[in-house]
Design a binder for this molecule. Structure first.
Ligand code: GLC
Ligand code: GLC
Length: 830
């Protein structure tokens, strides 16, 4: 069985099952899928937030803690002096058994010790602003057991950034209320905040609690030995400032063989200004049934919404029903594209994990993972457009809304903020702008949406500039200015000026930074007089420009289509003339007009991005450029774990190139295997009809084919951003898992270019590119409500080219199946 060291796939349940808690890095999962979210590691570490991991952080987690993975939702069991956690951490008491099942938006952690089995199911019910933790305690012995259960969560003071730095304020502001089994966190509620959080047990009485961290843990104790748990006695502490926490204490008696369920719920509430406070509670505070760390009676929080939700989830039946609903949602989401083939890893990737990761990246862009602290980055303009391409078939209406949100942050000249904040949806000045590839991605995202849905009406949506009311123009107009942004910013070779950078955030050709305290992303961008041009943008422009032309034709604007086509033709010519190095495409010209990514360079002779996009665009296909470029990628970039970004790696700092040369050789953008751009080459290979090569690279990048989980280090069930390249100390070591454009690109690659089932404006295009060993597979695809059951046969082991297609037994011309209602059986022979 694969992954034998740390876990295995359970495809039937759509789970990855971790059997050894000491994974090489915390292996995490995501809870929630719309407003309320949580990150959870295989030991229960992680945190919750509402919409925005920076501005509405609900609980604390410690990044880069020692040991790793510190802070989370912890359950402690004190069984007659033996203290343990079902998820092993933080006590790390050796368990008799341990298992963590990461599934679709839920995680179930089960541990056992001395005859007690404790299983915790973590999930966020649909449309609910709360995380449920259903704790099941089971006495497997033949004796009666009395155990002490403690819960634990630590409140974040809402803004995750200031929570980590503004201690002169933070250590005085914390406030809580305790009402029965519910602990309310209400720091700053009496002033400008209209939200509070709470942690409760919905179906049982508690025997004590703690809300002050020091009282619970002890000043010099740790998560691993909280003094209250060790002593088996809560201190019923009331937090006044310092670090407020929430811990419940429950004494549990279990008869032999008996099992009991406790429903814990950690929730978030927003109240309108006029409904913030509760008059009734003043009485309860007086008679002692309500405890508050505030002096003022008139600022007691209005608990109505929390109480309603507590009531709703006060039975195991209600919780189980909500959990079943979540599973049904995933049944439906994963039913839109289902492959059946002889390769169980391919099936697993396509039918489960790739689509799941695509939803996660759609939700979070690059904001919150165990690598992204949730404070620096929100929704990237380019990232989010790419992410939605992996997600649009799942819930098109959410992709539609996202496109409008993204476009609303654009400037009238087509330029963009590089990133916007999910809570406010406004562009973030701190992260800057001027990345000249950004506008192209809006075309990329919008076209994917229309091809999936056939909804051209989105093009007429009024969309503002920089979120300024009154500036609205149609989305189509935003696309036009996006296209023009490239055309209007050409350099001396008529190639696109790079601006601050292109897709490669680290190729900073105009910043010349010598100050280690400045960020390459936001420091001065000396574009004045710059000759820095990008071949990556050139390729991207041709790819998305062709889409733009086709779209213009679809809406009957032939004049615009013609104008745009001319711009594309000139770009193609410019690439052939000034962007070809002989064996591969150049990468760029620098500020002074010198070549980057050329055989003439000492280091960084060849780069992957321009090979990917120019081959995808088919530039110079007839002249043999595509094939030559791919051969060069295989020769210079490829290694056991995938293709590196550039070769040879930079070994010294080049001020004229910026951050790329700041990384040690073999890591990140300096010759790391940046998984995100490997699929570009795979698609390029399909353009050239090189199926064997395409599948070989696909299998290197897809985590399902991983050989060595310990070396790979990060989660073996999702892609990571970067795998250390051949120049690194430990090639094959992965980093930055989950939130990466790799998710959407791998999905696009395997679903549309390898298996070859591709939505078009008219219907479905069937254009597989196969490894010659693949002789047959089938795909069920639901597009615009119609189901297509497609069987592809490849008796001669061809790599590309469709010989015949029948739809419901009738042969069709060409390879596009028109979208007509009903259910269709499609047979394809290659
Ligand atoms: C990160 C960024 C992405 C960028 C890439 C290469 O993944 O999120 O926007 O394109 O790095 O620098
Ligand atoms: C750094 C990273 C790059 C990322 C960027 C975003 O430059 O190397 O991958 O896209 O930061 O802030």
């Amino acid at each position: 069985m694969e992954n034998k060291n740390f876990g295995y796939f359970d495809d039937k349940n759509r789970e990855f099952v971790i059997t050894n808690p000491a994974t090489p890095f915390p292996w995490i999962n995501y809870l929630g899928n719309e407003d309320f979210f949580g990150l959870i590691s295989n030991t229960g570490g992680g945190y919750d937030f509402y919409k925005d991991a920076k501005f509405r952080r609900i609980t604390r987690y410690r990044y880069n803690g020692v040991p790793m993975d510190n802070g989370g939702r912890y359950f402690y069991i004190n069984d007659n002096g033996t203290v343990w956690n079902p998820g092993w951490k933080p006590c790390k008491t050796p368990l008799d058994s341990y298992e963590c099942r990461h599934g679709m938006n839920y995680t179930r952690i089960t541990g056992s010790k001395n005859g007690i089995e404790a299983s915790v199911l973590f999930f966020v019910p649909l449309k609910t602003w709360a995380e449920i933790q259903k704790v099941t305690l089971n006495n497997t012995t033949s004796e009666k057991k009395t155990i002490k259960l403690f819960s634990f969560a630590e409140w974040c003071l809402w803004n995750a950034a200031t929570d980590m730095e503004n201690f002169q304020r933070n250590w005085s502001t914390g406030e809580v209320e305790i009402d029965g089994a519910t602990i309310y966190h209400k720091t700053e509620y009496k002033e400008r905040r209209n939200h509070y959080a709470y942690y409760t047990v919905t179906n049982a009485k508690i025997n004590g609690y703690d809300t002050d961290r020091e009282s619970f843990i002890g000043l010099y104790n740790e998560f691993a030995d909280p003094q209250c748990v060790m002593a088996g006695k809560p201190s019923n502490s009331l937090a006044h400032g310092w670090s407020p926490i929430a811990s419940h204490y429950i004494e549990v008696e279990l008869a032999p063989g008996e099992s009991k369920d406790f429903i814990f719920m950690l929730g978030y509430v927003e109240n309108a200004q006029e409904e913030k406070f509760s008059a009734e509670d003043i009485e309860r505070k007086k008679n002692g049934t309500l405890i508050s760390s505030q002096d003022s009676d008139v600022t007691l929080v209005n608990k109505a919404k929390a109480k309603a939700l507590i009531e709703k989830f006060s039975t195991v039946e209600a919780v189980d029903a909500a959990f079943a609903e979540l599973a049904q949602m995933w049944d439906a989401l994963l039913d839109k594209y289902v492959v059946k083939s002889d390769d169980e890893r391919l099936n697993r990737m396509v039918n489960i994990w790739s689509q799941y990761q695509c939803m996660i990246t759609f939700n979070f862009s690059r904001s919150a993972s165990f690598f992204e602290s949730g404070v620096g980055r929100g929704m990237g303009f380019r990232d989010s457009n790419q992410d939605l391409v992996g997600f649009v078939h799942q819930i098109p209406s959410r992709a539609r809304e996202r496109i409008i949100d993204i476009a609303s942050t654009q400037f009238p000249d087509g330029g963009c903020y590089h990133q916007y904040q999910p809570l406010t949806k406004h562009g973030n000045n701190d992260i800057g702008g001027g990345f000249n590839d950004d506008p192209c991605w809006l075309i990329f995202g919008t076209v994917a949406y229309i091809k999936e849905t056939g909804d051209f009406s989105i093009l007429q949506e009024p969309v503002p500039f920089d979120n300024e009311p009154g500036t609205e123009v149609s989305l189509m107009e935003h696309l036009r200015i996006s296209f023009n942004h490239v055309v209007e910013n050409l350099g001396p070779h008529m190639l696109p000026l790079i601006g601050r950078a292109d897709w490669n955030d680290c190729l900073n050709l105009n910043c010349f930074s010598w100050d280690p305290n400045e960020s390459f992303q936001t420091t001065e961008n000396n574009s004045e007089g710059s000759k820095a041009e990008s071949l990556m943008i050139a390729g991207l422009f041709v790819v998305t420009g062709k889409d733009y032309v086709e779209l213009c034709k679809q809406i009957g604007d032939n004049a615009e289509a013609e104008r745009a086509q001319k711009c594309i033709d000139s770009m193609v010519e410019a690439v052939k003339k000034h962007g070809w190095d002989g064996e591969w495409y150049l990468r760029a010209y620098d500020f002074y007009g010198n070549k980057i990514g050329s055989n003439e360079c000492e280091e960084g002779k060849i780069f992957i991005e321009s090979q990917g996009f120019c081959t995808m665009a088919g530039i110079g296909l007839e002249e043999g450029m595509v094939d030559k470029a791919i051969d060069s990628c295989k020769k210079y970039l490829d290694c056991e774990h995938g293709m590196v970004l550039n070769n040879p790696a930079y070994t010294t700092y080049h001020v004229e190139m910026g951050e790329i040369s700041s990384y040690p050789a073999g890591y990140k953008e300096n010759a790391g295997i940046f998984c995100h751009n490997n699929p570009w080459v795979i698609i390029g290979e399909t353009v050239a009809g090189r199926g064997n090569d395409a599948w070989e690279l696909f299998r290197k990048i897809s985590p399902m084919y991983l050989k060595d989980q310990a070396l790979h280090k990060v989660e073996p069930y999702v892609n990571c951003q970067m795998v250390a390249g051949k120049d690194a100390a430990k090639p094959g070591e992965g980093k930055n898992s989950w939130l990466t454009g790799t998710a959407a690109w791998m999905w696009l690659t395997v679903s549309q270019y390898l298996l070859g089932v591709k939505p078009t404006y008219d219907g479905l295009m069937i254009d597989p590119c196969l490894d010659s060993s693949i002789k047959e597979y089938s795909v069920k695809r639901i597009l615009r409500g119609t189901e297509y059951d497609i069987t592809v046969k490849n008796p001669n082991g061809n790599q590309k080219g469709v010989k015949s297609i029948t739809v419901d037994g009738v042969a069709i011309k060409g390879n596009v199946i028109m979208a007509t209602p009903g259910k269709h059986v499609v047979e394809v022979v290659m």
